[in-house]
Design a protein around this ligand. Sequence first.
Ligand SMILES: Nc1ncnc2c1ncn2[C@@H]1O[C@H](COP(=O)(O)OP(=O)(O)OP(=O)(O)O)[C@@H](O)[C@H]1O
Ligand SMILES: [Mg+2]
Length: 456
Amino acid sequence: MKEISEAFVNYRQSQALKRPLITNYLLVLLLITLLIIFSATWFGFRLAKEITIPIERLAEGTKRIASGDLDFRLETESRDEIGALVEAFNRMTEQLSASHTALQKANLELEARRRYIEIVLENVSAGVISFDKEGRITTVNKAAEEMLEVRASEVVGRYYRNVLRPEYRKIAREMIREINTTRSKSLQKQMELNLNGKVITVRVSVNLMQDEKGEYMGMVAVFDDLTHLVKMERLAAWREVAKRIAHEIKNPLTPIQLSAQRIYKRYRDRIKGDTAVFQECTNTIIQQVNELKNLVNEFTQFARMPNINPTPNDLNEVISESLVLYKEAHKDISFRFTPEPSLPVFKFDREQIKRVMINLLDNAVAAVDGKGEVDVEVRYNPSLRMATIEVRDNGCGIPDEDKVRLFEPYFSTKKTGTGLGLAIVNTIIADHNGFIRVRDNEPKGTRFIIELPVRT
Ligand SMILES: Nc1ncnc2c1ncn2[C@@H]1O[C@H](COP(=O)(O)OP(=O)(O)OP(=O)(O)O)[C@@H](O)[C@H]1O
Ligand SMILES: [Mg+2]
């Protein structure tokens, strides 16, 4: 019983201790739980940091590489999967950078080669135009621009069919057909092109372009300007003809001269009355034939006009003498002459300046067609020491496109004209160190203005 009551007392006592004990245990438990939560969170954060920071850096690196910074590299010390990933990333960037440099180099080389070809093309004297397989113009070099009077900026990219005038479109079509039927790769043709009034002779070579596999890529047309060459050939041929004609003219001159002398000697005493006219006429024949002989001699020897022989002369008088013949021969044309009294006697070749006047007056007479006005005026500028001869007519006038070719040999709009008249005039004036210009006359007709330096 005693034992039971003791146990009961004990129990009562322990009952009093029960609450603080439970509180104690709960506190310990709470502490442990907090510790576990804290360390778990800390560990979680640390782990997360180790993974996310390198991944963030990777993302940043990708961005920088995408923006072109190929020198960017990532750093890492870890040997785990992330480290392997960063290493792979760096290797990839390195390869990318190397291939980018190689590509850049190749591009530069390609560009340099393209520029070189372009420069070569720009500097060849032949005109080069290329077309793609659809017939679109792809390049026009500088020589072609100048020769054919086109602007590359206006025609490149357009179809040749839309650029060419109908008559040349037909020629182009025929050439292409010929290439196709003969199955040749190139074709050459010489032709005359009329460019707004300017006629040029060109040799056109059309070549097919094929790649290594023989695939058709288009065409290239090369234009060689032969105008000068053709002109020189024609000039040489004319020179030969002129030489022969001159030679043939020379033969009867001596008999004419001798006959005139004979007539003079035989009949001078028998003629009663007007002996002065008889003497003057026979003298003129003999003198003029002499002049003609000299001219022809010089021409047959050198195929050119005689050298000038300047002597002191009165220009007013020489012009007046040239006009006399015209006044008598063309009664329906009014010839007016305005001399310049203040002009001093100066050195020039009398016969050649007469030849100039005769050529200009011949042209003026032809231009007024039998009826009209021809004015000749001499002026003098003492400060410049320059004499000016102006020949004006109120004839048909000269269109602008002809003006540029006027002084070229063999340019004539007349049926029987040689076209040498103004070429000779031009040479004679140049030999005298002078200039000749052509202008429109008001209200109609033409003015030729000659300037001669006055050298006494
Ligand atoms: N005064 C003028 N008025 C109108 N046209 C002119 C005049 N002078 C020259 N011409 C033009 O210039 C061209 C060349 O003249 P140029 O004197 O050189 O040769 P041409 O008169 O035709 O031949 P040639 O002189 O041998 O008879 C002429 O055909 C003509 O068309
Ligand atoms: Mg003439």
